[in-house]
Design a protein. Structure first.
Length: 187
């Protein structure tokens, strides 16, 4: 070894990467992007509306004031349920639609409820209700009602007709066309 080579080696640390290290790094990057894309898609895509004609699972949940809401007590009414997370921006974007719908039809056999699926912190749901002036009840999903309804993404809006059947599921938000579909059930 030449004297100059020894000095270069002392000043610079040369790292050699083997194939296993490179594969692990690329795998971590790939997993990161898959998670990122999944999170993005779970809070978007308001165009997915699915006609779901099936009987609704009954449930009893408490609202932020401790009052019980029992779905079977609402027979004969159209019930709009938004499954949401307090941190989801797309969930929050549906509130103006739901608030307008609620205010317009609350006396015409329409019930609107928000079902908060991240109910570990009720104060977050309370802040959400206050910040957005939500007039309808927010229910805390402490018994995994979202699982019974097969909710995979938020927001998911489930619309129950007057006979107690699921009429629609809107995944990823609401559009004016979705609102018109709900209004048609009230006729």
């Amino acid at each position: 070894m030449l004297p100059n080579q020894k000095k270069i080696g002392e000043h610079f640390k040369i790292r050699f990467y083997n194939d296993d290290m490179i594969i692990r790094v690329f795998l971590k990057i790939f997993v990161f992007f898959v998670i990122l894309i999944t999170l993005y898609l779970s809070c978007s895509n308001p165009e997915k509306a699915v006609l779901k004609r099936r009987k609704t699972p009954n449930f009893v949940l408490k609202d932020l004031n401790g009052n019980e809401f029992k779905l079977s007590d609402e027979n004969g009414k159209v019930v709009v349920m938004e499954f949401l997370r307090t941190t989801c921006p797309v969930c929050k974007s549906t509130f103006p639609y739901l608030i307008n719908l609620y205010n317009e039809f609350k006396d015409d056999s329409l019930i609107v409820v928000g079902i908060v699926i991240d109910s570990e912190d009720p104060s977050a749901a309370l802040r959400l209700k206050k910040d957005y002036n939500i007039p309808f009840p927010l229910l805390l999903d402490t018994i995994d009602v979202n699982v019974a309804y097969g909710v995979m993404e938020v927001p998911t809006i489930v619309v129950v007709d007057k006979e107690g059947w699921i009429a629609y599921e809107f995944v990823g938000g609401l559009t004016p066309e979705n609102i018109n579909s709900i209004k048609n059930l009230l006729k």
